[in-house]
Ligand binder design. Structure first.
Ligand SMILES: [Cu+2]
Length: 371
């Protein structure tokens, strides 16, 4: 009897010890590559040690810093859209403008050669909007999936406290998605700073996996006005399998060039999909509308961080690599470093960039590192 109860505990203790030992293995790779980044920084014409910004994990921010970030997001939600209301009636807020741009370009920015650079610029543009339009002084925090893989619901990001990005959705009876088994929520987010958040856009017909399905959008392109609650379906089912620190380390160490790296990351059991379907719900499980969940930006900051850590292991050869096509389901031509990334109404000063201008975090428009 004693054995039968203490053995699982011992096993659990062992797993936690193992996790603890691996906890910094990704950060160790970041530290190892940092001299390469510093060398590039020294030769940058736009970025230097004095204006370099540092992005941190949510848990590394103080309560005051987290609240400052949260209130800047609330400010974007309270600001009016800059889009044409006839074309995009569902875009009510400045926050929605980001969702629309992602929806419009979904087919050319996922599973393509522009995936990493496009989302790097997108996440940075959001950070800049928080700063220039909402007076935020900090940087875009990230969600280190590995750090919280055992139980994301209890992480400071999703614990539902007033310094979190809000918690899980209300627990309701529901089915799993094509991608993930049913999690611990499924209903409306009822705790934390985003409990009254309204999702206005989407779903795009056929794209959402949310269970139960959200009410259909009045327009077939998903741009109609469709106000509803934010829903999540958090659990540890995917994080324990696919986004542990050891999984992230493997991704970084096993890809010799950017093609296998971006493919592995976006594979069905890769960190990108696993992190998205850990949030899940509505619009979290709709790959067009997913930026409509405010946790999206912490997730994609981590995607960018993992790419950054991979790049700085061998910066000279990995900075200007390009692979993949221009269309999500194949077709199209090979992507080129000279192709243009255009974020339209959410682009910083509406500027467009060539992909090659977006490959370094300390050159072109960027000047930041991850810690
Ligand atoms: Cu995306």
């Amino acid at each position: 009897m004693l054995w039968s109860t203490s053995l699982p505990r011992l096993a659990l203790l062992f797993v936690s010890l193992l996790d603890f030992c691996l906890a910094d293995a990704v950060a160790d790779l970041a530290t190892k590559g940092r001299p390469n980044l510093d060398a590039q920084l020294a030769s940058s014409t736009t970025c230097n040690k004095a204006n370099l910004q540092v992005r941190k994990e949510w848990s590394a921010l103080s309560a005051t810093e987290r609240k400052a970030y949260i209130s800047a997001v609330h400010c974007l939600i309270a600001s009016p859209s800059k889009l044409d209301a006839t074309q995009y009636p569902g875009a009510k807020t400045r926050y929605d403008d980001f969702v629309v741009v992602h929806m419009k370009q979904t087919m050319s920015i996922h599973g393509t050669g522009s995936f990493l650079t496009w989302h790097r610029y997108f996440t940075w543009a959001y950070e800049q909007a928080l700063r220039t339009e909402c007076g935020y002084q900090g940087t875009q925090p990230y969600w280190d999936w590995g750090m919280w893989a055992a139980d994301p619901e209890t992480s400071p990001i999703f614990d539902g406290s007033d310094t979190s990005m809000s918690g899980n959705g209300e627990k309701i009876a529901h089915q799993g998605t094509f991608t993930a088994p049913a999690g611990n929520g499924g209903g409306c987010v009822l705790s934390g700073p985003f409990k009254n958040f309204t999702v206005n856009l989407g779903p795009v017909p056929g794209a959402t996996q949310a269970q139960p399905a959200p009410p259909p959008n009045p327009r077939s392109d998903g741009f109609g006005y469709n106000p509803r609650c934010l829903r999540r379906d958090l659990s540890n089912q995917l994080t324990q399998r696919y986004t542990k620190t050891s999984d992230i380390v493997k991704l970084i160490q096993n890809a010799a060039s950017v093609g296998p790296f971006q493919d592995r990351m976006q594979a069905g059991d890769g960190v990108h999909g696993a992190a998205h379907f850990t949030i899940s719900g509505d619009p979290g499980s709709d790959f067009y509308v997913s930026p409509g969940d405010p946790a999206f930006w912490l997730l994609h900051s981590m995607i960018d961080r993992v790419w950054y850590i991979w790049q700085i292991q061998d910066l000279k050869t990995r900075m200007n690599q390009i692979a993949g096509g221009t269309s999500m389901f194949g077709g199209g031509r090979q992507q080129s470093l000279d192709d243009i990334v255009d974020l339209e109404v959410v682009g910083v000063n509406r500027k467009t960039y060539k992909i090659r201008d977006l490959t370094s975090v300390v050159d072109g428009p960027f000047c930041y590192v991850y810690e």
